[in-house]
Ligand binder design. Structure first.
Ligand code: IPM
Ligand code: MG
Length: 357
């Protein structure tokens, strides 16, 4: 079994460096306990990379990423770079690394933690027991479709994008969704807007075709507007949600908010060759540098890496259990704090988790 892993570390902007430090401390503890080695190599991405090199994804960073077994990324973006053109913004670094590494599937689990039921905006009866997974297509759709642009037509400004999916792009993500559903509750909800969009009609048709090989898994199709509504009405009914890039972006934030805090949500972006792990939340510039950010989503992203890339599921479960324990003991960062619980900073939360490994 492989015991040595090269990990690209991309802290990025805002709270990125603080939560990345937390994840590295946890990895150090895992390294000792499970006798595995992590060789970490840091790279620049996002605003930090723009400031240092003028490019949100320098070639050097891409090289480090491609030479690694996995990439750990924290967060990119911030007000400072908000006025740059779309093509030069920190977010472009993120989109480019997803595309360059062909990370076509983004896995975003949304799970209700018993200790955090109070911080969900939904009633406890609705949220208790929620355990869903959004599988978002990540390298196609309207995010990358051509033609795209802004120009002048008939004397006024227009902006346009193209939502396009090729059969092979739909096939591979649908297959993955059914495979993953087999290891869960065997239900896939494919989300589209087939009542309006041709691209969605093709999506629906191909997903149904792929389903023929997975008759043991239940498939339902749902329009995206209805899905947004059902997620708040009966979130427990969802197991695996598979959808395109833009719908997945929106629904995964919604699914995330249901369970209490975006600060708790990890993600894995995987392709044939590479994998990248990052929290769903952003760089939270408003609290950056204060040492108070919630490191849990970042730490859980590292746990997903241990599970999927390093094939160390027991180490991943170890981290997840430690987090549940710490939460049940009442430790909370500001974003999930409630009266009667212990408010801690990033370092104390991280240490508490490590103490429970
Ligand atoms: C996400 C983010 C990104 C996206 C942004 C920062 C480009 O919202 O990872 O969900 O839209 O994919
Ligand atoms: Mg998003």
């Amino acid at each position: 079994m492989k015991k040595n892993f090269k990990i690209a570390i991309l802290p990025g902007d805002g709270i990125g460096p603080e939560i990345m430090e937390a994840a590295i401390e946890v990895l150090n503890a895992i390294s000792k306990k499970y006798n595995v080695q992590f060789e970490l190599k840091e790279g620049l991405i996002g605003g930090a990379a723009i400031d240092a090199t003028g490019n949100p994804l320098p070639d050097e960073t891409l090289k480090i990423a491609k030479e690694s077994d996995a990439v750990l990324l924290a967060a990119v973006g911030g007000e400072k770079w908000d006025n740059l053109p779309t093509d030069k913004r920190p977010e472009k670094g993120l989109l480019k690394i997803r595309k360059e590494l062909e990370l076509f599937a983004n896995l975003r689990p949304g799970k209700a933690y018993t200790a955090l039921l109070d911080s969900s905006p939904l009633k406890e009866t609705l949220i208790k027991g929620v355990d869903l997974l959004v599988i978002r297509e990540l390298t196609g759709g309207i995010y990358f479709g051509e033609p795209r642009g802004t120009e002048e037509r008939n004397g006024e400004k227009v902006g346009y994008n193209t939502m396009i999916y090729y059969e092979h792009e739909i096939k591979r993500i649908a297959k993955l969704a059914f495979e993953i559903a087999r290891g869960r509750r065997k239900k896939v909800t494919s989300v589209d807007k087939a009542n309006v969009l041709e691209v969605s009609a093709v999506w629906r048709e191909i997903v149904a075709e792929v389903h023929a090989d997975y008759q043991d898994v239940e498939l339902e199709h749902m329009y995206v507007d209805n899905c947004a509504m059902q997620l708040v009405r009966r979130p427990k009914d969802f197991d695996v949600i598979v959808t395109g890039n833009l719908f997945g972006d929106i629904l995964s934030d919604e699914a995330g908010a249901l369970t209490g805090s975006l600060g708790m949500l990890p993600s894995a972006s995987i392709g044939e060759k590479y994998a990248l792990y990052e929290p769903v939340h952003g760089s939270a510039p408003d609290i950056a540098g204060q040492g108070i950010a919630n490191p849990i989503a970042m730490i859980l992203s590292a746990a997903m890496m241990l599970d999927i890339t390093c094939k160390l599921p027991e180490a991943a479960r170890d981290i997840e259990n430690a987090i549940e324990k710490v939460l049940s003991e009442g430790y909370r960062t500001g974003d999930i704090w409630a009266p009667g619980t212990k408010k801690v900073n990033t370092k104390d939360m991280t240490q508490a988790i490590i103490n429970n490994l």
